[in-house]
Write a protein that binds this ligand. Sequence first.
Ligand SMILES: [Zn+2]
Length: 195
Amino acid sequence: MTDNASTSPEFIADHPALNLLNTVAMANGAPTDSWRSDADVLLWLERAGFVAQGMTGRDPVPRLLDVARGFRELFRKLVAERKAGQRLDLSAFNAYLAQSSRHLELLEDAGGALALQARYDAGNAKKLIGPLVEAAAELLADGDFSLIKHCENPDCILIFLDKTKSHRRRWCRMAVCGNRHKVASFRQRQQDSNG
Ligand SMILES: [Zn+2]
């Protein structure tokens, strides 16, 4: 892995399903998809905690890239519509939910405590993204959309859930877009004061 999670755009959203949307980010002035293969999607799902570690060593999952991209763009549209206060057409989304298949399993830890854990059938691409689809559904149902924000850098397309106490988060990453803004407004003030 070449990038690390703190600087990679893909995990800055502060919500597991919103991170999905940030797998497309600006690079060299153009929206760039960090997913280029089924393996890229599987690795992202694993890093995001949506599939068990070690899945990347398994047989490839056919059509995973197409299915995951299709779901991502559907979810992007619904998030935008929900944020705009529009009514949603949920039929396509519900078709993804209907493909997900899971059961609960009881696990006993070393101390004898019991816990329930969801187990997902991962037999094909639509089933494999089931946990991601559920996380997205939970956000649509329960998320506070006034706190779902776009980075204020006009050249940036990243989105995040503002979980700060003051709800004043403005940037995807301070070190990237926040500092650029600070430098730009400093230059502007210099220009203004120089007349
Ligand atoms: Zn940004």
